[in-house]
Design a protein around this ligand. Structure first.
Ligand SMILES: C[S@@+](CC[C@H](N)C(=O)[O-])C[C@H]1O[C@@H](n2cnc3c(N)ncnc32)[C@H](O)[C@@H]1O
Length: 430
């Protein structure tokens, strides 16, 4: 019965993408032939890519159905494993079982082997040996995944796999001029953090890394940060600004309600708007609030939250000269909450902010603190988990260099990481 509705199947395959028409074609085909395993598996993937959270249970149901219809097809099991994601407990168990059986069907399936290994807590040496026998230089995506897996487990293996990605991608860039999926810049970045512990070796996280990270993180960001990581930076930064309010910001208390009002605020790395939500109350009646962020998925959430007048998808390091930002400058308040963890060198930011602030303008931001004794000769370092921390001395030095006056610097716990307090520095400059 699999081939019934073959026209529908051919059209669905040709359509590509996540469009409504493709979904409707697959639904029609499945209605017509409920035994079409590949149609079910494809629909499962498309639905998950359209909205992983909302469509999760339907996607999983379709993917499991597909396997029961064609139990000897390894690719259907791999599809289910991908859909199950990074889960724990029963979800992880089901994922590992799906991969194990995919490998029983086809031991040379590299995708299944790499996913199996990288989903295991402890490195399974038999699987790794198998991978070494079947992987080639052409499998750059798999080498990249393996580099990531070994980052915190085995420095030499990590360096080997990222090294392959860098070498192969250099050839691709030479031929095509394109760094496909940013693999070259991401692998180079990780190599540097692993080789030298990140100390002074890297200046910032590559754009592609940030975009990729938050693409997956956006749907659960608010919940994870607030509920699990006890993220408090926006409120703490606002409190610090309020405490310093006498000496900073617009002249006087313009509406007499005890708070100063700002007319143009810029939120650098605004994310889903957790920071915007806190600072929105500082905006005067006619005020404008602009958010800038690299991640389109985070900006979708920010737009839904509705705290900004406009959100621009751009790198904050280079945003100060773009039309959308210049049009709203000068700003009287620029905030940056938990975004400098992705940038080590902050010179461009300080220069850009200085140039876009108006008279009495205020710049307030958080950094994770690099204690003097840990940083050695470095102003900032990148931890192996790709977050930068900065020395207080560096911030003071930049402030002086770019003509800011330090109004307030406050050390406090910003959030938890693996149950441990993360100490940060909140800074208010004018
Ligand atoms: C931890 S979130 C913080 C979001 C928000 N400020 C808050 O307090 O909830 C960091 C955000 O910075 C963004 N980001 C990181 N590096 C960036 C860059 N170079 N340019 C623009 N946005 C960046 C990420 O996309 C992410 O949305």
């Amino acid at each position: 019965m699999e081939e019934s509705g073959s026209d529908l199947w051919e059209s669905a395959r040709k359509m590509k993408g996540l469009g409504d028409e493709r979904v409707a074609t697959l639904e029609k085909l499945i209605g017509f032939n409920p035994h079409h395993a590949r149609a079910k598996s494809l629909l499962a993937i498309i639905l998950a890519n359209r909205n992983a959270v909302a469509n999760r249970s339907r996607s999983l149901e379709l993917a499991r159905d597909a396997i029961s219809l064609r139990p000897d097809d390894a690719t259907l099991r791999i599809a289910l494993a991908r859909l199950l994601g990074e889960g724990e407990g029963e979800t992880l168990e089901e994922k590992m079982l799906a991969l194990e059986s995919a490998l029983e069907i086809d031991q040379t399936n590299l995708e299944a082997a790499v996913m199996y290994l990288t989903s295991s807590k402890n490195c399974d040496e038999v699987t790794y040996e198998n991978i070494k026998n079947i992987i080639t230089d052409k499998d750059v995506n798999r080498h990249y995944e393996l580099g990531g897996y070994f980052r915190r487990r085995d420095k030499e293996r990590c360096k080997y796999h990222y090294g392959v990605v860098v070498r192969v991608m250099e050839g691709v860039i030479a031929d095509t001029g394109r760094d496909v999926k940013g693999l070259h810049s991401k692998a180079k970045f990780w190599l540097a953090t692993v080789e030298k512990g990140g100390e002074g070796a890297v200046e910032r996280c590559p754009k592609e890394y940030v975009v990729g990270l938050y693409k997956g993180f956006a749907p659960t960001f608010d919940h994870t940060l607030v509920e699990k990581l006890h993220y408090k930076t926006p409120q703490l930064l606002l409190d610090t600004l309020m405490a310093a309010a006498e000496g900073v910001g617009p002249e006087g208390d313009s509406d007499g309600d005890g708070g100063k009002k700002y007319s143009s605020i810029l939120d650098l790395g605004c994310g889903t708007g957790l920071s915007g939500l806190r600072f929105k109350g500082l905006l005067g009646e006619e005020g404008s609030f602009l958010g800038v962020d690299l991640s389109p998925e985070m900006l979708v959430k920010a737009n839904e939250r509705g705290c900004y007048d406009e959100c621009l998808c751009h790198d904050i390091e280079t945003c100060f000269n773009i039309e959308g930002v210049r049009a709203r400058a000068p700003f009287d308040l620029v905030i940056a909450c938990d975004v400098f963890v992705y940038l080590g060198n902050l010179e461009n930011i300080f220069q850009g902010v200085k140039g876009s602030l108006g008279v009495n303008g205020v710049f307030c931001f958080s950094v994770e603190l690099l204690e003097e004794e840990k940083g050695g000769k470095y102003n900032y370092i990148c931890q192996t988990f790709a977050r930068f921390s900065h020395k207080q001395e560096y911030i003071v030095q930049l402030a002086a260099e770019y003509g800011f006056e330090v109004v307030e610097m406050r050390k406090c716990v910003l959030r938890k990481n693996a149950g441990v307090d993360v100490v940060g520095l909140l800074t208010i400059l004018k």
